[in-house]
Every structure is written in C-alpha cells, then in structure tokens.
Design a binder for this molecule. Structure first.
Ligand code: GLP
Length: 233
C-alpha cells in the first residue's frame, strides 16, 4: 500500500484528478470504478475542467459506481445517480450507455446485484477504482463485519452512516438500504486509489495505517491488494 499525504483537500484532489486523467490517457477505453461522497467532488471538478480542454476524454470510457440507495429513484436529488450526473456525467462526453450504477428501484434487488456483477465482468472487469472512506472504515457501503469475499449485494445501512449522509435527504427520509459492490468485487479491480479527507476520520486513518487486517474494519481488506494508493490529507 503506497501512502501519499497532502497539505490540503485541494492538493489531494489535484493528485486524484491527475491519476484519473493519466489512466484515461494510457487507456482511453478504461473501465473505472467510481465513488460518491464529499471527498471525490474536487477530483471530479478538476477532471471536468481538464476535459473541457481535451474534449474527448471520456468518449470510450466505461464507469461503474460503487453503490446506490435502494428505493431512491434515479431522478431524486439524493440518489447517487443524480450526484454523478451533477458532478461528472452531464459535464463530460461519457456515453450515458457506458455509465453504470446499480438500479436501486429494481423490482428484484437481489437479481439486480447479480446483473451488476455480470455487467462489470462483461465489460472486462474494473481496471482502476477510486474509493472514499467512511468514518467507521466502510468502503462503498460495506459496513464493519462484511466478509472480504462479499460480492455486490443489498445491505442495511448503519445508523452512523445514515446520519453521516442525512443532509442529502432534507425531507428526513434517509434510506435504510443500499446496493453496494462487495469487498471482493472491489478487490478484483486491477488498481485501487483510496481518497481520505473530511473530519472525523482520524481514527479510521490510524487504524488503516496500523496494518491490522480485520473484517471489523472493511478498509483493511485493501492490505490484501497489491496495487493500492492511499491519498490522505
Ligand atoms: C458514503 C459512500 C461511500 C463514501 C462515504 C464517505 O457512505 N457510500 O462510498 O466513501 O460516504 O463519504 P465522504 O466522502 O462524504 O466522507
């Protein structure tokens, strides 16, 4: 695991955007795993600015988001699909047909999880996946206790995670469940970049740095992967 520390969230976002853009330049047909949350917003802003200059950045790129809320319509402002449209999809030349998120409104959510796994596989697998870090060490929505070989599935959100994301749902109806790529799905990505910024994550960072590998701390699964970069403030 390679660690890079930055003096500010802006500096972290610069570096994250550089890694993403370099990867697209190296392989314009890359398959990316992408996160939501506050942390990657600066990265997306920088990528968009750069892609306005070099317009065809995303023409042949395929993306798979890590997760989506169950029971939240894509058009609803709190959905991760709406987040991605706002911060990236509507601002670059990514083909909407190549931008994938789990469908949180699927009539059969378990079948949707299998379909999503197959879709990733049929696209050739994830080449580079960006992750954020939850305060309790979650990655995607894989909460503490998740087996490291878990695949894409429906999960119940912990109260602390619902609380942390409540401001996206001003009506107070914070979702209780999500569909998330599993830790096993994430670990199958050839390369992984973990972005860590935001208040209240000091304990999570210290625990990750300690090198202890435990299912009680989902991000520690990343120690099992041979190509992980952690960018932290
Ligand atoms: C949510 C997302 C995670 C994200 C986490 C941290 O729970 N499902 O993928 O990493 O929030 O978010 P933030 O970057 O806002 O701290």
């Amino acid at each position: 695991m390679n660690w890079e520390s930055f003096p500010s969230p802006d500096a972290l976002s610069d570096r994250a955007a550089q890694l993403l853009l370099d990867a697209i330049r190296t392989n314009p047909r890359i398959v990316l795993g992408l996160p939501t949350g506050r942390t990657p917003v600066g990265m997306y802003d920088r990528v968009v600015r750069e892609c306005e200059r070099a317009y065809h950045c995303f023409r042949d790129v395929t993306t798979f988001n890590l997760d989506e809320y169950v029971g939240v319509a894509p058009a609803s402002p709190g959905s991760y699909f709406a987040f991605m449209k706002r911060h990236l999809f509507d601002r670059v030349d990514l083909d909407p047909a190549n931008a994938h998120l789990p469908n949180g409104m699927a009539a059969d959510p378990d079948a949707e999880c299998i379909r999503y796994e197959n879709e990733i596989r049929n696209a050739g697998g994830l080449e580079l996946t960006f992750l954020g870090l939850g305060r309790n060490g979650h990655i995607g929505f894989n909460e503490p206790g998740t087996p490291f070989d878990a695949r894409t599935r429906v999960v119940a959100l912990t109260e602390s995670t619902r609380h942390a994301n409540a401001d996206l749902f001003p009506d107070g109806h914070v979702p209780t469940h999500a569909i998330t790529m599993g830790i096993g799905t994430i670990l199958d990505s050839k390369r992984i970049v973990l972005l860590v910024a935001g208040s209240g994550k000091e304990d999570a960072v210290a625990r990750l740095r300690s090198g202890e590998i435990s299912e009680a701390f989902p991000a520690s699964a990343l120690w099992k992967h041979e190509d992980v970069v952690v960018l932290s403030v």
